[in-house]
Design a protein around this ligand. Structure first.
Ligand SMILES: Cc1cc2nc3c(=O)[nH]c(=O)nc-3n(C[C@H](O)[C@H](O)[C@H](O)COP(=O)(O)OP(=O)(O)OC[C@H]3O[C@@H](n4cnc5c(N)ncnc54)[C@H](O)[C@@H]3O)c2cc1C
Length: 498
């Protein structure tokens, strides 16, 4: 195999984790090269599809002004940004992962979250306050909730543009259309990667390797093998290039498999969306306003507690619930109390939507749904829901719950009885997989015995041990940035130590 390049640090991938690793390694004095299986047009992996929300621990607005440059005095005066302490963040991670997440790694990520967002800002990433998404009026004042006031300007694509502009400025080159296919090693350490470049197998020799090339969400065979039946039929919300190649390479090199391999982040996604993410529509296929309505399956039955928790803490497991229903689809049903409050993603053209003046008529328009089953569900639900006129407020768990239903709706329960009605068809969209490899808090990849494999680092979706069962929104980019930056620093320091 001929040698294509020789470099200090090779970074596999060009998404958030990879870009942060490349910039941090370069900052620490290493010569860095990035490779991506994708073309330049498709660079940035899932990060390019992301909404750009980044969960961060902060003590108050003074911390946020270190990240968000454009907050005006008036906004600061008229807004309650609240706090989201490190222990709030940890409690959310622990609770949604059913207390399984790796506490040392999670504490490390949370402890570094604010500093890393400030570092990103220093690299040219612009943040804004997520007023439109994460704040609502409470007692006349805009009030943030849920630890998500920071969003990248331009979303994930804006993040990638900013990081790549900075990388280019720092002389970091990228080879596109160049998938990594294996790790090179000698007796003592990892010595580079083999890649396919212009149809030929080549070596890129490096003193350290950072794998940041995603999970296996875009690989139908691996989805079925690890997640189970019907996952081959899920829609992929993002890039087609995250096929598990990095995980396979790491495992082949002796990395310890770690985390929740039989689970993934997946959410309610437009039924007729394309097989992979659409670079124009992006996240607008997602349908996350279900707390203000009900979801029914082909039998016309509800199958989840739509108001179990804040949407940011339930959406990542509801795709799985939809996939478990007959026909792998569901309809989300809303009445006039909810329709004006539906998110902008319910206003795009690429929708499977029906409308009707009455529930009876709606029941015949929702394709695949048993009308009698649906009518029985709605009668039972509407009887059990408190007839309260309080408006829906996403930022407050209002405690208005159904009474007497076997499957309750625990918050935001109101009768769905004010026509005309709307219903939206959804299936499961997979975002990323939870299984990965075990790393130290220095992003070194561990072998089965717990010893770091010399010269091998990883970050982003490839890291195991962060997410089990579920995921708090905005955490993927934060984990990727913190551990990507750490991986880059550790790789550079490893190179300097050789
Ligand atoms: C629609 C959508 C919305 C989202 N919104 C948010 C959000 O608002 N906030 C949030 O925190 N998270 C969000 N996420 C999740 C977030 O995007 C991911 O957690 C994060 O981007 C993963 O970053 P990464 O660097 O690990 O992987 P990616 O960004 O996916 O990068 C992986 C890279 O590896 C490359 N690659 C794959 N295989 C190879 C190979 N063999 N050789 C070379 N290169 C390879 C890919 O082409 C890609 O460049 C969203 C995801 C989606 C799909």
């Amino acid at each position: 195999m001929s040698v294509l390049e020789t470099i200090d640090v090779i970074v596999v991938g060009t998404g958030n984790a990879a870009s942060c690793a490349a910039l941090a390694a370069s900052e620490a004095g290493a010569a860095v090269l990035m490779v991506d299986a994708a073309s330049e047009d498709d660079r940035g992996g899932n990060t390019s599809y992301a909404g750009g929300q980044m969960r961060v621990a902060f003590e108050g607005v003074d911390d946020l002004t270190k990240v968000i440059a454009d907050l005006t005095d008036e906004e600061i005066r008229n807004t309650d940004f609240g706090t989201y302490t490190a222990s709030d963040f940890f409690e959310d991670m622990a609770r949604v992962t059913q207390y399984r997440c790796h506490s040392e790694l999670v504490e490390y990520v949370i402890g570094q979250s604010l500093d890393t967002l400030v570092w990103l800002r220093g690299k040219g990433v612009r943040f804004e306050a997520a007023f439109g998404r994460q704040a609502s009026k409470v007692n006349g004042r805009m009030t943030f909730w849920g630890g998500l006031p920071c969003i990248v300007w331009g979303g994930g694509a804006g993040l990638i543009d900013a990081l790549h502009a900075r990388a280019a400025k720092e002389g970091i080159r990228t080879l596109y259309d160049t998938p990594a296919v294996g790790l090179l090693r000698d007796a003592s350490r990892i010595t580079g990667v083999s890649v396919l470049h212009k149809g030929e197998l080549k070596e890129i020799r490096a003193k350290a390797v950072v794998l940041a090339c995603g999970g296996f969400e875009a690989n139908a065979e691996m989805r079925t093998r690890y997640l189970g039946p019907n996952w081959d039929l899920a829609k992929v919300r993002g890039t087609r290039f995250n096929t598990g190649a990095g995980l396979r390479m790491a495992l082949d090199a002796g990395a310890r498999s770690y985390g929740h391999w039989s689970c993934a982040h997946s959410s309610c996604w437009e039924l007729n969306a394309p097989e992979y993410g659409d670079p124009v529509v992006k996240g607008a296929y997602q349908k996350h306003s279900y707390p203000f309505g009900v979801m029914v399956n082909a039998d016309g039955n509800r199958f989840v507690d739509e108001g179990a928790d804040f949407q940011t803490l339930t959406y990542a497991r509801f795709g799985r619930e939809v996939l478990a229903q007959p026909g792998l689809f569901a309809w989300q049903v809303f009445d006039q109390r909810a329709i004006p409050l539906l998110r902008e993603t319910y206003r795009i053209r690429q929708l499977t939507k029906v409308q009707a003046p009455t529930l009876e008529e709606l029941s015949h328009r929702m394709e695949g749904v048993n009308p009698a089953g649906f009518m029985k569900t709605m009668e039972d639900f509407n009887r059990a829901a408190p007839d309260d006129d309080a408006p829906y407020v996403a930022s407050i768990k209002d405690g208005l719950a159904t009474r007497g239903l076997t499957l309750p709706k625990s918050n935001w329960a109101r009768p769905v009885d004010r026509g005309p009605f709307e219903a939206y068809a959804v299936t499961a969209g997979i975002t990323f997989t939870f299984g990965g490899v075990k790393i130290t808090t220095a992003a070194e990849v561990e072998d089965d015995g717990g010893t770091p494999i010399p010269g091998l680092f990883t970050a982003g979706e490839m890291v195991g041990g962060l997410f089990y069962h579920n995921y708090p929104s905005g955490t993927g980019l934060t984990c990727g940035a913190v551990l990507g930056r750490t991986a880059g620093r550790s790789a550079a320091s490893f190179v300097h130590g050789l």
